[in-house]
Write a protein that binds this ligand. Structure first.
Ligand code: GDP
Ligand code: MG
Length: 166
């Protein structure tokens, strides 16, 4: 199995940390160089079962500039062409405006979106279900996976879930 997965999420939710956790397990390409004008490859994960190319999707972030309050079409194209989108959020901070902005953009594509609730090492278990209910209102997520990218908790489950869409 192989395919492309786009990672979206506002700054500081843990996208780079997750990539380090996933790619760190297996030797692979790690690059911050723009590979094309519209995408950066975060990393390539290779195991016996699958290969996943993770793409950064810069255009989806809400920007402060006047130009930036709309979705650029190249980012949308990317999201429409990948096998799955990982939407990373910060469980310790909870649902915020930055998440809502991205969730709105995700409605414009039909690609399955996997909601990844990161930093669960910073919450108590009782917080998890109410939080999931809140996020569910934003989008019809294909999967919802709580993880700690930093500690590595549940990252194996995330990879298994991604493989369903490759
Ligand atoms: P990015 O901007 O989305 O790439 O976020 P980073 O990967 O740079 O992470 C932002 C900050 O969150 C860093 O200080 C990370 O160490 C921290 N962080 C990322 N994942 C976790 C996690 O699972 N738990 C905790 N406690 N901190 C995390
Ligand atoms: Mg980063």
């Amino acid at each position: 199995k192989s395919g492309f997965v786009a990672i979206v999420g506002r700054p500081n939710v843990g996208k780079s940390t997750l990539m380090n956790q996933i790619i760190g397990q297996k030797i692979a390409i790690m690059s911050d160089k723009p590979q094309t004008t519209r995408n950066k490859i975060h990393g390539v994960y290779t195991s016996e079962e699958m290969q996943i190319v993770f793409l950064d999707t810069p255009g989806i972030h809400k920007r402060q500039s006047k130009l930036g309050d709309f979705m650029n079409s190249t980012a949308l194209n990317t999201l429409g062409e990948v096998e799955a989108v990982l939407f990373l959020v910060d469980a310790a901070e909870g649902l915020g405006g930055g998440d809502r902005f991205i969730a709105e953009r995700l409605k414009e594509v039909r690609t399955p979106v996997i909601l990844v609730l990161n930093k669960i090492d910073r919450i108590v278990p009782e917080q998890l279900l109410p939080m999931i209910d809140e996020y569910r209102k934003l989008h019809d997520f294909a999967e919802i996976i709580p993880i700690s990218a930093k500690m590595g908790n549940n990252v194996d489950t995330l990879l298994e879930q991604i493989s369903k869409y490759l």
